[in-house]
Structures are given as structure tokens and as C-alpha cells.
Design a protein around this ligand. Structure first.
Ligand code: F6P
Length: 553
């Protein structure tokens, strides 16, 4: 792996490229996008990159050619390309867990060779994809029968985090491609209401559960799966043999799957070199594949692959994930931006930002470098957002006139879903007009002089003035298809990778979620049986007491 030994491992903030950026930022001062655009009529064209179906306009960013050059210098100095190549080669770049990071192998073509410890994993990937496709076809065609001989009408995916967010997001995104498959629901929360609402109107005889868990030890998933099994058995007369016809598993842990009571013949495998948040194009996507069908799932994988190839081969100056990553670093470190908004102008992408929250924040929410030393620079931002038009009537006020700088991605499509009736399809222009209007207003604002010229009373002018200079990337694609979704997700996966590489952090572990899990396991007996919990702090002890007294009143 490149550049990781303690002696020659230079700290990011000690690099001349880092200081050069800081100096450049001071020199730039308060440049305005209005000036940058008027100085360069060609800016919109020059600051655009096309990757597959994705058209990325990054001209509305607070950068000049020099900024971009200095950012690229930083990427070169931190050997982003070297780490990228090590990832694609299957090296163990997830150092704290000693694992390779090979989600890119999940969409490698059948004739590719990707080795982990000398073993080519590509045939394994394609063998599982084949099994998934065979199973998905059987469920979709009605050939797969439940315990009472009826075909499956609803698939319930039980999983959490990466074993839920990916397929759940993609199911929503590709809803219009699911009409010829069974209905699909997703249950993740250990709050029993989640499973209750999902199962309330379902018939056990026609319900299939996909229990998705990389470890098969996640308490939320195992609790929900256990309750689902009880629901199924009580609805079907109690014969444990019914489980085999209604439960399949997706996991890396065959022992635990068997111990749970699921036949490992009905288990779809993936591997420890697939991180949970990078897993939805593995067998974790089984419920999605059942919903959209194997052919569309493959189209989605092709979309991922297209961007993988771009990321692997495009020069830094035209490499879309690299550009997005560097822009994020520019704002986080040199403009004090704390968050990043992702604002899709597509109802189908309603879960997209929630998915990206795990991808980005679980990957780059770190504060020690790869050698375990505290970082002295900003790492991952808070990622947030909802579909844009809804946000416009909620939090966009802050984006336009608040004191915080929030860089944003505006994502839209030229064509609406093919299913829309002509009247509804006609609304699409209005939707996209909103996207373009927001990008324009955020960037260029409205000066006091412009407001005054409208005859606004002078005391009102400051309130109605928009400073502008709020940066956005606009991402436009022809239509939201399985391939385009794959392209979008791979774009963000690699963006997160590049940022982690520059920040010198391990983007592929998630130790930060462990403490809360362990404490919940310790505290639970105090709630259920009043057992004393040694070492519980005074505040939590009192909250536990209050909870029990309110509950048992
Ligand atoms: O939240 C921590 C985490 O380990 C995620 O990284 C993962 O996606 C999720 O839990 C679910 O884990 P599993 O698939 O093992 O149930």
C-alpha cells in the first residue's frame, strides 16, 4: 500500500500543498461568482464534466483555475491514485480491520481477474449473481411456493444500515421498474412498530422474508427476524418446516444463519471485503433484484462499472469523483463549511440522501489518521437533505440567507418517469425550473441595488437582499434508470474514497458505532428486569428509573 509507513508518512497539514491552499484562500478573499462568471464567458463549459450519462456542472463553485490546480496538487501529493489502484488490486487498505475493499469487484465483468490473497474473487461474485438471478426469477414467476403452496406476493427485507439503506433507497428510486415483481417492504428499526406496520396487512402464506445481515449478529435484525419467524409460524400452524419456504438469508456468516434456523441452501453469500455501506450491489441487493428483475439489476451493475472505469482511468482534472471530493475538502477546511446538502429533484430519490448519510458519514466521520494520530484538519461533513422542492419550503431560507455556508448538490433528470400521464409529465418542466432557479439564486443572489431598483422600501432592502456565492454542483442525467442509479452511487462512493485518502483516514471501518451497541446491551437488563448496571452514570440511572416508573404506571 502506498505512503503508509510511519517514518515517511507526512501529515496532511505539514504538506506544502496544504499550506499553498491556505495561502491561496487568503489571497482569494471574498471573490464573487458573479465576477468569476463575467470574467470568463466560457466558465460553464470549462467547468463541466461528462461521465457516462451524468453531466456535472461545477462552475458554480468558489474556485478559480488556480484553486483547482492546487487541489489537484494535493490529491497528487497524498497519492490518491496510488491508494485507488491499491483498492482496485484488492490490497488490504482497510488497515484497522485488515481487510481488502473490493466493492468494485461486485460489478467487475466476468472475464476480469481480481485477487484477494491470490484467490480470484470474480468467479465467486458471478456465481452468487447467477444464484440470485435464478432465485429472483423463481419468486417473480410464482414458481417458488410458500409452505401452503401459494406464490409469493410480498417480500419483506429485514436488515439495518448497509443491509437496508441501499436496497430500500434503490427500490424507491427504481419503483417504476418494479411493477412486474412482488411488492417489497423494508424493516430495519428495532422499534416493534416497524415490523408491526410492515406485516399488519400481510398474509404469512404469501410473504417471503429476506434476512440481510453481513454479520448475522446485529441485534436489531436478529430481533426482528425472530419476531417475523414467530409471526409466520403462528400464522401457518406452527410447523417449523414452514421457515424454509419463507425465509432466505444474505450474509457472510453461514454458521449463524444455520443457527438461526435458515437452511444455508437458501443463503446468498458475500464476503468480508465488501463493507456494509458498500454492499447493496452484492447479495444484499437480493430483495431489489426480486423487485426489478435480474436484467435490470445487471444494468445497474453496468452503471456502477462505467463510473468505476472512469474513476480508475480519467486524469485528475477530468475525474468526476476526484473533483467532487476536492471541492468538498476546499469548503470543509478552507471555508468552514460543516455540512453538505444533497438535494435531488426527483421524488424517486427520496431515500437517496439517507443512503448517502451512511456511505459518507460512517466512512469519513473519523478523527484519527491511519496511524492513529489525532487529525488536525476537518474530515467528513454532516450530509443531509431531502428532495429539493420540498426543502425549498422548509430549510432553503437558511441556505439562501443564513450565516452558514452549505455547499449543495442539485440532482435532476431531463425526462420524468415513463409511467406518468401526460398532465403529470408536463409538471416536470416546472420541477426542473425549480432546480435551475435554486442553483442560480444560490450562486448569484440579488444585490441591494437590484432590490432597491424594484422600489422596495429602504428599510426592507437588507431583508430582501441575497448575497449569493453559495456553491452548488448540478448533476443532470437523461432519466433515472437502473444504470443511471448505479452511476450516481459509484460517483459518491468514489468521492468518499478520495476524501478519505486525502484526509489520511481509514474510510472503511466504523468503530464509532460500537460503544453505543455495547452500552445498549448492558443497559437493556436494567430496563427489562431492573437489574443494577455497574458504572452507569447518574443521569442515565435517573432516566432509566423514570422510564421504568412511567412504563409500569
Ligand atoms: O452500524 C454499524 C453496521 O455495522 C453498519 O456498518 C452495517 O451496515 C450495519 O451495522 C448492519 O450490519 P449487518 O449487515 O452485519 O447486520
Amino acid at each position: 500500500m502506498p505512503d503508509t509507513t510511519a517514518e515517511d508518512h507526512q501529515r496532511l497539514d505539514g504538506r506544502p500543498e496544504w499550506s499553498a491552499l491556505a495561502e491561496h484562500r487568503d489571497r482569494l478573499g471574498d471573490i464573487h461568482l458573479r465576477d468569476l462568471f463575467s470574467a470568463d464567458p466560457d466558465r460553464a463549459r470549462r467547468y463541466t464534466v461528462q461521465v457516462g450519462d451524468l453531466h456535472l456542472d461545477y462552475s458554480k463553485h468558489l474556485v478559480t483555475d488556480e484553486t483547482l490546480r492546487l487541489l489537484r496538487d494535493l490529491a497528487a501529493a497524498t497519492d490518491v491514485a496510488g491508494l485507488r489502484d491499491a483498492m482496485f488490486r484488492g490490497e488490504r487498505i482497510n488497515t484497522t480491520e485488515g481487510r481488502a475493499v473490493l466493492h468494485t469487484a461486485l460489478r467487475a465483468p466476468a472475464d476480469a481477474v481480481v485477487k484477494v490473497d491470490g484467490h480470484d474473487v470474480v468467479p465467486d461474485v458471478h456465481a452468487v449473481l447467477e444464484r440470485m438471478a435464478g432465485f429472483a426469477d423463481r419468486v417473480r414467476s410464482g414458481e417458488w411456493r410458500g409452505y401452503t403452496g401459494e406464490p409469493i406476493s410480498t417480500v419483506v427485507n429485514i436488515g439495518i444500515g448497509g443491509s437496508d439503506l441501499g436496497p430500500a433507497m434503490a427500490y424507491e428510486a427504481l419503483r417504476s421498474f418494479t411493477r412486474d415483481g412482488p411488492a417489497t417492504r423494508f424493516v430495519s428499526n428495532v422499534d416493534g412498530s416497524d415490523l408491526h406496520e410492515a406485516l399488519r396487512d400481510l398474509d404469512p402464506a404469501t410473504t417471503l422474508f429476506v434476512v440481510a445481515s453481513k454479520t448475522f449478529g446485529t441485534i436489531e435484525t436478529i430481533s426482528n427476524a425472530t419476531s417475523a419467524r414467530e409471526w409466520l409460524l403462528s400464522g401457518l400452524g406452527g410447523d417449523p418446516a414452514a421457515v424454509a419456504a419463507h425465509f432466505v438469508a444474505v450474509s457472510t456468516n453461514a454458521d449463524k444463519v444455520a443457527r438461526f434456523g435458515i437452511d444455508t441452501a437458501n443463503m446468498f453469500e458475500f464476503w468480508d471485503w465488501v463493507g456494509g455501506r458498500y454492499s447493496y450491489d452484492s447479495a444484499i441487493g437480493l430483495s431489489l433484484m426480486i423487485a426489478i428483475g435480474p436484467a435490470r439489476f445487471r444494468e445497474m451493475l453496468d452503471g456502477f462499472r462505467l463510473v468505476d472505469e472512469h474513476f480508475r482511468t480519467a486524469p485528475l482534472e477530468a475525474n468526476a469523483p476526484v473533483l467532487l471530493a476536492l471541492l468538498g475538502i476546499w469548503y470543509g477546511e478552507f471555508h468552514d463549511a460543516q455540512s453538505h446538502a444533497v438535494l435531488p429533484y426527483s421524488h424517486y430519490l427520496s431515500r437517496f440522501t439517507a443512503y448517502l448519510q451512511q456511505l459518507d458519514m460512517e466512512s469519513n466521520g473519523k478523527s484519527v489518521d491511519r496511524d492513529g494520530r489525532p487529525v488536525a484538519w476537518e474530515t467528513g461533513p454532516v450530509v443531509w437533505g431531502t428532495p429539493g422542492t420540498n426543502g425549498q419550503h422548509a430549510y432553503f431560507q437558511l441556505l439562501h440567507q443564513g450565516t452558514k455556508l452549505v455547499p449543495a448538490d442539485l440532482i435532476g433528470f431531463a425526462r420524468p418517469g415513463a409511467e406518468l400521464a401526460p398532465g403529470l409529465a408536463a409538471q416536470h418542466d416546472l420541477l426542473m425550473a425549480n432546480l435551475f432557479a435554486q442553483g442560480q439564486a444560490l450562486a448569484f443572489g440579488k444585490t441591494a441595488a437590484e432590490v432597491e431598483a424594484e422600489g422596495v422600501p429602504l428599510d426592507q432592502v437588507p431583508h430582501r437582499t441575497f448575497r449569493g456565492d453559495r456553491p452548488t454542483t448540478t448533476i443532470i442525467a437523461p432519466e433515472l434508470t437502473p444504470s443511471v442509479l448505479g452511476q450516481l452511487i459509484a460517483l459518491y462512493e468514489h468521492k468518499v474514497f478520495v476524501q478519505g485518502a486525502v484526509w489520511d483516514i481509514d474510510s472503511f471501518d466504523q468503530w464509532g458505532v460500537e460503544l453505543g451497541k455495547a452500552l445498549a446491551t448492558r443497559i437493556e437488563p436494567a430496563l427489562s428486569s431492573g437489574a443494577p448496571v455497574p458504572g452507569l452514570d447518574a443521569s442515565t440511572t435517573e432516566l432509566v428509573r423514570l422510564y421504568r416508573s412511567l412504563r409500569d404506571r
